[in-house]
Ligand binder design. Sequence first.
Ligand SMILES: *Cc1c(COP(=O)(O)O)cnc(C)c1O
Length: 239
Amino acid sequence: MRAHDESVRVEEVAQRLAAVRARIAAACEAAGRSPDEVALIAVTKTFPASDVAVLAGLGVRDIGENKDQEAAPKAAELAALGLPLRWHFVGQLQVNKCASVVRYADFVHSVDRERLVRALGSRARAAGRVVTCLVQVALDDAPGRGGALPADVPALASAVSAEDGLLLGGVMAVAPLGEPGRPAFARLRQVADVIRSAHPGATMISAGMSADLDDAIAEGSTHVRVGTALLGSRRAFVR
Ligand SMILES: *Cc1c(COP(=O)(O)O)cnc(C)c1O
């Protein structure tokens, strides 16, 4: 990027970041929580590595990506710059991508089946890495968007916690389409409470995106995953 374009982008992202941080602070205040309780993960999918560097320069440390084929080269590019980032894999994950993902991801938010637990565990051990895993909870009955049914989450959480090379971080969810977020996030909080009573270290609740981070924080989210509000609209894509 040319120097002028780059400074324009830094200015734009800085303003967006300030607005997101203000929203997080306001939601925390309304919920009687401290803003320190909520971490911001910048979801940079479809945006170039230069934007990740811009965010890092503005003090963002946690970066989220949802596709290995995009995340792996981006993480390598940023690692070469020596920036101290933590990478969060937040997308649906295939077993055959686990070997690649464990090499850069510090967190995997989308663990929703036992096969994935075993694959992540064996790949993490082979790579000499420790990966913190969140169990993704399906908050609706629509299949295909990822996530385990709430009834299956305790067994999956125990499987993660028993697997060498993996740590159980907590739970993650995406709000259901066409339903207000807050009651769905309240259901997630109940699942999180059950998991934490069995695994006291599993304190993470990864919930809330650009459109609904306020509702998620009201229901106990500890990690919001924000893309559009920080970086602008992504090109339309078809899934
Ligand atoms: C893209 C994505 C986000 C960020 O969504 P925005 O609406 O752009 O803030 C959060 N979580 C997951 C799992 C995503 O895929």
